[in-house]
Design a protein around this ligand. Structure first.
Ligand code: GLU
Length: 427
């Protein structure tokens, strides 16, 4: 495997450029802006794993804490062949803004391992996770930094992390990670939380545009945890999902795809991909499928895969009325400008996909108090936070005559800057 380091470097440069633009609007001190541009700390670890063939393989892993002024670090761990230090650093910064925009008491962090999890057995993934947890143990803890699932990690990954950490402490520490199975101190509603938040944000966005979720047409790029939960919950709320894609290709049906059957099909299939599902038209070339999906005339387009998907190359072909960013960083700053000219209403990632970390916060609170909530309570509280944040951002956007992304950043960055100002600089 050879990694394309330029992607991560560009991702970081773009995030810093966005911060500069926001800082200018907020008239922030340049020294403070520098503090926000760079992570507080970053750790690179080597993770040796005994593979099934008896050989030893060494993986590179990262944990980055961007800013802890508002509380402990919070953010997922991703396993992916495109993970680099720069990508993880950028995603940690996005977590700082995300936690601030929904006003939960966490700072931003992120982790990742450069690997291809699709080619690894469960036993190898367990070895990788446990050794990685051990290697980053000095950085994590319920009061310090709390990992969670991200791309290609899940409740099982979190169970191994929780167990490894707990074994070293000598007692169970459920609050060290979130996104755990419910039987291990996880929160009800966490698995669907990001998708549910995407649904709430989309619903309010459409309302703002004078449209209804009922009968709205939706196209979704990516069908992992976030893409599939968003599809299911949007459909339950009355929307029509007319296109979905993943690494195997894309499914298209103008009458609406039967999402529950598709999810059941994927659950039963060996490779967990869309291909082979009967009914909708299937485009088997993933690149062509994405191009087609991005250029559909839909009410809502939902990128729910990776960063840098909507770029200056394809943004001009977009015909969606609205974009809900379910992935982190799917639109580049140059594409943003093109979309603004086309009057596409964009609900930015740090707001749109914050449902996951909001319920992670609920999970951490429940673990800390050893008192667990009913799913209805979780979902109601999530809805409250998501809608309140949506209207906070919308109000800011109207007041300052800026788009939703700039408004979300203004709100988030000013909250973090205020925390830093109040705490002062040590010593
Ligand atoms: N990985 C998710 C995100 O990017 C969730 C993070 C968390 O729950 O801490 O927001």
């Amino acid at each position: 495997m050879t990694r394309d380091y330029r992607k991560g470097m560009q991702f970081l440069a773009d995030a810093r450029e966005r911060l500069d633009m926001v800082a200018k609007k907020l008239k922030l001190d340049s020294g403070l802006v520098d503090k926000l541009k760079f992570p507080k700390r970053a750790l690179i670890v080597s993770v040796p794993v005994k593979m099934d063939n008896g050989r030893l393989k060494v993986f590179t892993g990262y944990r980055v804490q961007h800013n802890l002024d508002r509380g402990p670090g919070k953010g997922g761990i991703r396993y992916h062949p495109e993970v680099t230090l720069e990508e993880v650093t950028t995603l940690a910064m996005l977590m700082t803004w995300k936690c601030a925009v929904v006003n939960i008491p966490f700072g931003g962090a992120k982790g990742g391992i450069y690997c291809n999890p699709r080619e690894m057995s469960l036993k190898e993934l367990e070895g990788l996770t446990r050794r990685f947890t051990y290697e980053i143990m000095m950085m994590i803890g319920p009061e310090k930094d709390i990992p969670a699932p991200d791309v290609y990690t899940n409740p099982q990954t979190m169970s191994w992390m929780m167990d490894t950490y707990s074994m070293h402490q000598g007692f169970s520490v459920p609050g060290v990670v979130t996104g755990k199975p419910v039987d291990l101190g996880g929160s009800k509603g966490r698995l669907d939380a990001t998708g549910r938040g995407v649904m709430f944000a989309t619903r309010e966005g459409l309302k703002h545009l004078g449209l209804s979720l009922k009968g709205a047409t939706v196209a979704i790029q990516g069908f992992g945890n976030v893409g599939s939960a968003s599809a299911r919950l949007l459909r339950e709320a009355g929307a029509k999902i007319i296109a979905v894609s993943d690494i195997s290709g894309g499914l298209f049906d103008p009458e609406g795809i039967d999402i529950p059957s598709l999810i059941a099909y994927i659950k039963k299939s060996k490779d967990k991909l869309l291909k082979g599902f009967k009914g909708p038209k299937f485009v088997s070339n993933p690149k062509r499928a994405n191009e087609k999906l991005f250029s559909l005339k839909v009410d809502v387009l939902i990128p729910a895969a990776l960063e840098n998907q909507i770029t200056s190359e394809n943004a001009h072909r977009i015909r969606a009325r609205m974009i809900t960013e379910a992935a982190n960083g799917p639109i580049t700053p140059r594409a943003d400008k093109i979309l603004a000219k086309k009057k596409v209403f964009v609900i930015p990632d740090i707001l749109a996909n914050a449902g996951g970390v909001v319920v992670s916060y609920f999970e951490w609170v429940q673990d800390t108090q050893a008192l667990f909530w009913k799913e209805k309570e979780v979902n109601t509280k999530l809805e409250e936070i998501m809608t309140e944040a949506f209207y906070d951002v919308l109000r800011t956007s109207k007041k300052h005559r800026v788009d939703m992304r700039m408004a979300a950043y203004m709100l988030a960055v000013s909250r973090v800057a205020e925390a830093t100002r109040l705490r002062g600089i040590y010593p």
